[in-house]
Ligand binder design. Structure first.
Ligand code: ZN
Length: 178
């Protein structure tokens, strides 16, 4: 970070505090208001790419409507991400309920979340598409705060809320989180 870094507009490595409303097909599906601002480090892929690109350069208290096509948000809907598996591949305590979100592990041991689409007598159909895949997103955002990320925040790649609750719900297990 250089001494000349400008904190008056959104740019890389700044912690952005933002109000937002997210509408899909005209319906409000997510929001953060003044009492519960969304905070993230700009330029690190913490928010969807299409939104991150559009807020670059915005000033404090500036508002903007941002339309993000599905491809720049949660991706296109992929029919090949719907997979039917025999029930025998699941543990007995598996929640065999359509609509339930489950976390599965792939062959590389990576966790992937899916929604149960259908359950029959002997099979389970899982949908690995994000619930917002294929959806165009309409955001209304207002920038409420900008500050430099600390070296520790940059190292952990997330915002520390304050001294007593540095990692919030998203604990990185670092020193700050003890
Ligand atoms: Zn941390």
């Amino acid at each position: 970070m250089s001494a000349t870094q400008d904190f008056s507009e959104v740019s890389k490595d700044l912690v952005v505090s933002m109000e937002y409303e997210l509408r899909v097909d005209g319906e409000l599906i997510d929001s953060a208001d003044a009492n519960d601002l969304l905070e993230f480090i700009q330029g690190h892929g913490h928010i969807i790419p299409g939104l991150e690109r559009e807020i670059e350069g915005m000033k404090i208290d500036e508002s903007k409507e941002v339309f993000v096509k599905a491809v720049d948000a949660y991706g296109e809907y992929d029919p090949e991400e719907i997979i039917e598996l025999p029930k025998t591949e699941f543990p007995e305590d598996f929640p065999f309920e359509p609509g339930t979100e489950v976390v599965m592990e792939n062959e590389e041991g990576e966790e992937m979340s899916a929604f149960i689409e259908e359950v029959t007598l002997d099979s389970v159909t899982l949908n690995f598409n994000h619930p917002l895949a294929g959806k165009d997103l309409n955001f209304k955002v207002t920038i409420r705060g900008l500050r430099a990320a600390t070296p520790e925040e940059l190292e952990h790649d997330h915002v520390h809320l304050d001294e007593s609750d540095c990692c919030g719900d998203d604990c990185c297990g670092g020193d700050c989180c003890k």
